[in-house]
Design a protein around this ligand. Structure first.
Ligand SMILES: Cc1cc2nc3c(=O)[nH]c(=O)nc-3n(C[C@H](O)[C@H](O)[C@H](O)COP(=O)(O)O)c2cc1C
Length: 510
């Protein structure tokens, strides 16, 4: 804050303090100085009324203490926490002043001149607070939401079965009225010019997207832009519908900051899913993730490839306004895979030839595994370079039960499934770096796995990712996380002297 307004602010606080100290003195001594008495004004009548105390403590004394804090915190008002203190207390001060004016006018029927002066000072402090720290109010609201989620909402949700919560929260979010979404947008969405990118002709307002697996029934494309996502993936969708693996399909490993995932491509099938999407207008880029149907009927590589290619063809033929595709070759939970896997180079080659033939009308990204060796990953990437694929996503779930980030007694609760969240973070980062180092001119890289805050996303960008996706961070930290990541990323970019997010992509790779 500049010096002059700082002094003005300080003077108002000192005036408020003097006024409150004076009123406290009046309250205890039952004397009144300099207060004219008229049919409307009688200071003593007000300061000695039953409304002048709360739990036996004079309001004027509480006011004095408040001003002392305010004066002290003014010296620290560069810090976010103290700006928030000013925003909260000055709003409360104004509301309380309105209440006191009401009490004087309607309950006591008399006004106290010094109490009115105190109210005017409250209004002035409120005005100055919003003038100087107003831009911080969104931060305050967003962070308060985060605290409420962490301390109240999450503990309740985490008492309920994870799959039940997922299914119902998605349906609930789909039904939110437009007016509420507008309010969310007002609070959670900001125009950060340094986060904007045009990648492969697609405009991304922010680089943070929802990863495949959360919105597999295509319910949230109209909801999620309002909490700050810059893009999302629908799916994974398969050619034929699948009801999901025998349960539990989802579990929580809170200490490992991970979710156990065992859905195995539970989805409605490509035709039904498309019927939900084709009439929709998207305000941000929407990707469609496609994988192999989890079915015993797909017992050969040829049938499996045909199944995937058919789903691509159906989307291409539809009038769907999607911006990109994800080809998911890395789901570790397909229980009917019958030994067919696309990590084997000959199978991958055949699959990509088939997809090239379909010639998808939008850029294709491949969702990569994170459990292959660096050498094999390089071999897969080399092969992929020969096809029409534009980018790669690192990556999918953690398959190593013994990963050092997994707390074993949490792992032992579940027989089936693989792990999201923190256990994916390091492997994803390593592979992003590997891909960027070797193929930066060929692939756009999307980083995915274990992003819980802006610092985590920063690591992925600096390792070579141009975009970042997440799911688990949002479940653990709350839906306001996206707004917090956007805000903190934008701030960090400016603070460190970068003009935009593209400038930091790969700076950590030699
Ligand atoms: C509930 C759930 C379902 C998932 N389903 C899919 C899926 O259908 N397709 C896919 O490519 N990845 C799927 N994933 C993996 C995520 O897209 C992501 O790669 C992984 O969870 C790491 O990101 P995170 O740590 O931010 O969750 C799923 C993850 C979760 C948590």
């Amino acid at each position: 804050m500049q010096k002059v307004p700082f002094i003005v602010f300080g003077i108002f606080i000192l005036l408020g303090l003097s006024d409150s100290v004076f009123l406290t003195w009046e309250h205890y001594t039952l004397t009144s100085i300099g207060c004219p008495i008229s049919p409307w004004i009688n200071c003593l009548a007000v300061t000695s009324s039953k409304y002048s105390e709360i739990f036996g403590i004079p309001l004027a004394l509480l006011g004095s203490i408040y001003y002392v804090f305010l004066f002290f915190f003014l010296t620290k008002s560069k810090e976010k926490m103290f700006k928030h203190f000013f925003l909260i207390t000055s709003s409360f001060g104004v509301l309380f002043s309105i209440y006191l004016i009401y009490v004087q006018a309607f309950a006591i029927g008399l006004f106290c001149l010094y109490c009115l002066i105190s109210s005017v000072i409250s209004f002035l402090i409120f005005g100055l607070t919003f003038y100087f720290f107003g831009s911080e109010w969104k931060t305050l609201v967003v962070d308060s939401f985060g605290y409420s989620y962490g301390y109240i909402i999450k503990p309740i949700l985490f008492l309920i079965d994870a799959e039940v919560v997922h299914t119902n929260m998605v349906k609930f979010a789909e039904m939110l009225p437009k007016s509420l979404l507008k309010l969310f947008k007002f609070i959670f969405v900001n125009n950060y010019t340094n986060l904007k990118q045009n990648i492969l002709g697609i405009n991304f307002k922010t680089p943070i997207g929802l990863a495949a697996g959360f919105d597999y029934e295509a319910r949230l494309t109209q909801t999620l832009p309002s909490i700050g996502f810059g893009f999302q993936t629908v799916g994974t969708i398969t050619n034929m519908a699948y009801g999901g693996n025998p349960g539990p399909m989802l579990g929580r490993l809170p200490k490992s900051k991970s979710l156990l995932v065992n859905k195995g491509f539970k989805n409605l099938g490509i035709v039904e899913t498309l019927s939900r999407l084709v009439d929709k207008r998207f305000v941000y880029p929407v990707g469609i993730s496609i994988g192999r149907t989890n079915s015993v009927t797909l017992n050969t590589i040829g049938k499996s490839i045909n199944d995937i290619a058919t789903a691509f063809k159906i989307v291409k033929k539809s009038k769907l306004n999607n911006s990109f595709f994800e080809l998911n070759i890395s789901c570790p939970n397909i229980i009917h895979d019958l030994g067919i896997n696309f990590y084997e180079l000959t199978n991958l080659e055949k699959l990509l030839i088939a997809i090239d033939k379909v010639n998808p009308n939008k850029p294709v990204f491949i969702k990569m595994p994170i459990d292959q060796t660096d050498n094999h990953t390089i071999s897969m990437l080399k092969l992929i370079t020969r096809h029409k694929v534009k980018g790669v996503i690192f990556g999918n779930l953690q398959t190593n039960k013994k990963h050092r980030t997994l707390i074993q007694n949490e792992v032992n609760k579940y027989k089936m499934g693989k792990y999201s969240g923190k256990p994916t973070f390091e492997d994803s980062n390593r592979l992003i770096k590997l891909a960027y180092k070797n193929f930066k001119d060929r692939f756009i890289i999307i980083g995915c796995g274990g992003v819980f805050n802006a610092e985590d996303a920063w690591v992925k960008f600096t390792n070579g990712a141009s975009l970042v996706q997440l799911i688990t961070g949002m479940i653990f930290e709350g839906p306001q996380l996206i707004a917090q990541i956007n805000r903190d990323l934008s701030y960090k970019l400016s603070k460190e002297g970068y003009k935009n997010i593209a400038e930091i992509v790969g700076i950590n790779v030699n």
